[in-house]
Design a protein around this ligand. Sequence first.
Ligand code: TXA
Ligand code: MG
Length: 328
Amino acid sequence: MPFHAKLLTLSAQSPDTVPIRRGAEVLRAGGLVAFPTETVYGLGADATNDKAVAAIFAAKGRPSFNPLIAHLSDVAELDALVIMDDRARALAQSFMPGALTLVLPRRPDTPVSWLVSAGLDSLAVRVPAHPVARTLIRETGRPIAAPSANPSGSISPTTPLHVMEGLADKVDLVLGAGRCAIGVESTILDLTGPKAKILRPGGVTHAQIESVIGAVEAPHHHTSTTPNAPGQLESHYAPHAQVRLHATSVEPDEALLAFGADCAIKGGAARLNLSEAGDLNEAAANLFAMLRQLDKESIKTIAVMPIPESGLGAAINDRLRRAAAPRS
Ligand code: TXA
Ligand code: MG
């Protein structure tokens, strides 16, 4: 079956370089390769190849004003793409490789396609920590543009199966290496102005960033569709079912997505617990997979218990608010 021929499975810890080299060849030839990162799976293309980058937008059905993240294999490569300042250097030292994306002024001579930054003067850059991602980028020898490997607007993938379900017929190759350890996307921090701003909460927390560079503007909870705040699109990460937040009870025909002790909430047609121990890291790692699983029960509404805003809770609640946002 062509479905399986496209999926090469490898170990996350000591990845076999043969499938990764194959992935690098496909990328250098302008193809699309889905690959694991520690946050979510990415849909990669050579960031210096306009046509390859355009193929990402086509595969995802993504509105073309939404810019992409350029992924690098090493912090030392950042200077070739963007104009770093002291804040960026301090943050790179503390959190890269890792789940932090910095939006910085594009270098005028960067080889990255204008399509990656959607015509903006800024460029989002990230150095993923996952060994498969880093080896793939290094073997390709070019920055890799990669959004999450899901059709636009749907739930981000945290397993190879999720990628295959959404994009099997649209990618050339999928490198599979099990579940993503963090499970929510990177934090996007805008450093183009004097005031640092979080555009999307994610794997590195607001408090962690402030501990390095001082005061940082938190993301607004509003939902708008302005192109300079592209992370703020409403109705993102949407399952098919409706999502009801802050649930303290569940109707017989609803599914419950629980957090912490859930024995006081009786009933429901199905239930999964993000973390019985109330651990926000575990909850982040389970979030997208559990939303998908409950969505398969063809239930009309997923009721979600309250989740604290601390730590990764900010990123979890951001994704849940988008999942619950009115759909057009
Ligand atoms: O964890 C992640 O960040 C994953 C993995 C694959 O690295 N990637 C990811 O990419 O989530 P994507 O395309 O789904 O989300 C990237 C976000 C988008 O909301 C986009 O609008 C924003 O980053 N972004 C990218 N470039 C930007 C720029 N120049 N200015 C403002 N926002 C930007
Ligand atoms: Mg995405």
